[in-house]
Each structure stands twice: as structure tokens, then as C-alpha cells.
Design a protein around this ligand. Structure first.
Ligand SMILES: Nc1ncnc2c1ncn2[C@@H]1O[C@H](COP(=O)(O)OP(=O)(O)OP(=O)(O)O)[C@@H](O)[C@H]1O
Length: 202
């Protein structure tokens, strides 16, 4: 039977990657939307050639890789250019995510995406798991991980989807407010439950 797909999301530093890693250790096939988004613009990929044709070689680094900062500067405050770029990349990312999910050998697969809900991707998921972590812990963990200061993390939190709204889209919630062994235990519990589901629904 074709594996069903669980969308896994949460705010900055909530523990999406940490939770995903635990699922992966239990044998669940993972696809990371951020990784796919980076892959489609790697040197040699057709999308990068299209971007260079459109914006010029100034969006490339000397190494031939995409200069993300330069590209961001070109689309910042230019809705038309941003739309062009999204029109190019979004279908490619969607397609690649589809291919990667189809490789799953496990009963279900997981798509990890910080923008699962904002991008509308959640609508193609059979189920949505939100990692929910108290804001103070999100800040503390993101600061420790990225050597960022509190202001930087708060700025990102502010532009992300509000917690309540994210939770409204959740079928399941993993509250990641304790240590790593708790997280592991919660993932094992959810995994046990997911294995009982047919097509992702009860
Ligand atoms: N239960 C936990 N106990 C201790 N540390 C944790 C726990 N869960 C996650 N962490 C740590 O907190 C940091 C943030 O977690 P992680 O990178 O998984 O979050 P994320 O949701 O993927 O974040 P982002 O969207 O910002 O990439 C990491 O350093 C991770 O190892």
C-alpha cells in the first residue's frame, strides 16, 4: 500500500528536526522541504540556469553557487520579481518533494517543513503534527543552536505564523517542553499510534 504522509511543522527552535531525527531512527522515511528547496537551485540544476538568465550573473558567487543574499536583494520589495521566482521554484520543489516521498518504504512518510501551513502544503498531507514548545524555550534553544541573540530570535518569531493558528491545523501536537528522552518517548508513542492508522486517519 502507498505510504501516507505526515506533515511535521512548528515554529523556530521548536524541535522539528530533533523530532524528525527520532522518527527517522524508528525507520520512518523523511523528506525535508528546506533541503529540497536548497537542492533545486544547486549548480547544475536547470532552475539555477533560469535564474541566471533572468537576473544575470550577479546572483552567482565566484564558485558558481547561488548567492542567496544577492538574489534576496533583487526580489526584496519587488513583488513582480518575487512572483517570477516563486513561479519557477514552487512547482519544482513540489515535484521533487513528491518524488522523494514516493521513495518511502515505511508505512508512512514525513514531510518536515517550517512553512507547511503557510505554503498550503498541509492540504496534501493526510495528517499534520505540530511540535509545540513554549516561546521561552524556543528562544533559549534557538539562541544556543545558532549563537543568535534574543532580539534576532524574537524578530523571527514575530514574522512566523502565530502559535494558535498553527495549532488550529494540527491533528496531533507534540509538546516539546521537557528533555530529549521525553521527546524520544513522545515520538515513540506517536509512531505506535501512526502504525495503527490506515491512510493516516483513525
Ligand atoms: N527536548 C529537547 N531538549 C533539549 N534540547 C532540545 C530538545 N528539542 C530540541 N532541542 C534542541 O533545540 C534546538 C532547536 O531544535 P531543532 O533544531 O530541532 O528545531 P527546529 O524546529 O528544527 O528549528 P528551526 O525551524 O529553527 O530550524 C536544537 O539545538 C535541538 O537539538
Amino acid at each position: 500500500m502507498k505510504p501516507w504522509v505526515l506533515g511535521l511543522t512548528g515554529g523556530i527552535g521548536s524541535g522539528k528536526s530533533a523530532a524528525a531525527e527520532n522518527f527517522s531512527e524508528l525507520g520512518v522515511h523523511l523528506v525535508d522541504a528546506d533541503q529540497v528547496a536548497r537542492w533545486v537551485v544547486e549548480p547544475g540544476q536547470p532552475a539555477l540556469e533560469r535564474i541566471v538568465e533572468h537576473f544575470g550573473r550577479e546572483v552567482l558567487l565566484a564558485s558558481g553557487a547561488l548567492d542567496r543574499g544577492a538574489l534576496r536583494a533583487r526580489i526584496f520589495q519587488d513583488a513582480e520579481q518575487r512572483k517570477w521566482l516563486e513561479g519557477l521554484l514552487h512547482p519544482l520543489i513540489r515535484e521533487e518533494i513528491g518524488h522523494s516521498l514516493a521513495l518511502a518504504q515505511s508505512p508512512y512518510a514525513i514531510l518536515v517543513s517550517p512553512l507547511l501551513i503557510e505554503s498550503g502544503q498541509y492540504q496534501r498531507m493526510q495528517r499534520v503534527l505540530v511540535v509545540d514548545t513554549p516561546e521561552s524555550l524556543q528562544i533559549q534553544r534557538a539562541m544556543a543552536r545558532d549563537s543568535a541573540d534574543e532580539e534576532q530570535v524574537r524578530a523571527i518569531l514575530k514574522i512566523q505564523m502565530q502559535r494558535d493558528e498553527r495549532l488550529r491545523h494540527a491533528d496531533d501536537v507534540l509538546v516539546n517542553d521537557r528533555d530529549r528522552s521525553w521527546l524520544r518517548q513522545e515520538v515513540e508513542r506517536l509512531h505506535g499510534f501512526y502504525l495503527t492508522l490506515k491512510g493516516g486517519r483513525t
